[in-house]
Design a protein around this ligand. Structure first.
Ligand code: SAM
Length: 332
């Protein structure tokens, strides 16, 4: 049998999240401080060729079937379209997706689609430009909305929208966001805020839980849960809205963790494998790669990195420690 990325609990990683940069053009308060972060020095960031080499090892030797590019903000990585095109030429061809804040999609959506991008998730937490400016510390709401429309026009459908609700900021926008997305044919996913902010200010009290989001939505919509057996390793619990065809998803990473079904593994922009968003250890593939390791050696190191994956993220354990890297540097 071909090699796989299997951990000690028999979970097999087939979904690779690749961070292409730790930089971002927004400063979302649940992710980064206003002044940004000390960015990775350029020589430490994998080159386009190095990214492709590692993605090729994952796809052709280790059974990875989906590659999602993220960041930081992946649209600000200069070589993105070429990286997507080259990923689409790998054998077996993986599914290729992108998580983005949408700024720049008016220019890039069609080239990305032409390069082979299959799916896109665009993050939008609010319908109010002034709340967006407060939350992201940048006045770019209209650019995101234009980017969403460009993704739709380019055929990157169904366009998915990710939203994080925060108390006192956008906590009562669940139903408005869902109506807005349904009108446009976008699939909305609410994500519970996780302890991955750079300033370590996350607290349960400011997190809006999945139950609260569902209660808000049920005041305006009839939600019918999809069959949980269809969910597989997908992080979202999904619901049919008002009998369909529209759907909404909730990613309850904190209150209803789905670690037992996790099939993800992450590669940071500086070439470190992380077997969990919340892992406290990383495995350095970049040094081995630059020292001349062959593909078999890289694959062996990658397998060893996944083998030690813990059974769960442990946010509820008294001993839980937030990882040193924030979400922007891990790749969300
Ligand atoms: N810049 C891109 C974007 O905005 O989608 C990709 C990277 S961003 C880190 C990926 C996703 O992670 C976004 O949907 C963002 O809202 C989410 N995110 C960031 N920090 C988070 C946190 N502390 N808890 C939950 N989601 C978070």
């Amino acid at each position: 049998m071909a090699a796989r990325l299997m951990d000690g609990y028999s979970r097999v990683a087939t979904d690779l999240r690749v961070s292409l940069t730790d930089r971002c053009n927004l400063r979302c308060s649940y992710c980064m401080p206003p002044e940004g972060l000390p960015w990775l020095p350029a020589p430490e960031v994998l080159t386009d060729d190095e990214v492709l080499r590692l993605v090729d090892v994952a796809v052709s030797l280790l059974g990875v079937r989906e590659v999602r590019f993220t960041g930081g903000e992946p649209l600000i990585r200069r070589g993105l379209v070429d990286i997507v095109a080259r990923t689409a030429r790998l054998a077996p061809r993986p599914e290729i997706s992108l998580t983005t804040n949408g700024i720049g999609l008016t220019r890039l959506a069609q080239p990305l689609k032409d390069a082979g991008l299959d799916r896109i998730n665009v993050s939008l937490d609010t319908l109010r430009p002034e709340t967006f400016a407060e939350l992201t510390r940048r006045d770019r709401w209209a650019d995101v909305v234009a980017g969403l429309a460009a993704a739709e026009r380019a055929g990157l459908t169904p366009v998915k929208v990710n939203a994080v609700l925060m108390r006192g900021v956008n906590e009562f926008e669940a139903a408005d966001l869902l109506s807005w997305c349904l009108e446009r044919g976008y699939e909305l996913r609410f994500i519970e805020q996780m302890p991955l902010d750079a300033l370590h200010r996350w607290s349960r009290d400011t997190m809006v839980t999945a139950d609260e989001v569902l209660a808000q939505l049920q005041e305006s919509f009839t939600l019918t849960p999809d069959d949980p057996r269809q969910r597989g390793s997908a992080p979202a619990e999904t619901f049919l809205v008002d009998g369909g065809p529209g759907r909404v998803g909730i990613i309850a990473s904190v209150t209803r963790p789905f670690c037992g079904d996790c099939d993800r593994v992450r590669l940071t922009a500086d070439g470190q494998v992380r077997n969990c968003l919340f892992a406290r250890e990383e495995s350095d593939l970049r040094t081995a790669l630059r020292a001349g390791a062959d593909d078999a050696e890289l694959a062996r190191r990658w397998q060893a990195a996944v083998a030690t994956k813990r059974p769960g993220h442990g946010i509820d354990d008294p001993s839980f420690l937030q990882p040193a890297r924030p979400m922007s540097a891990i790749g969300g």
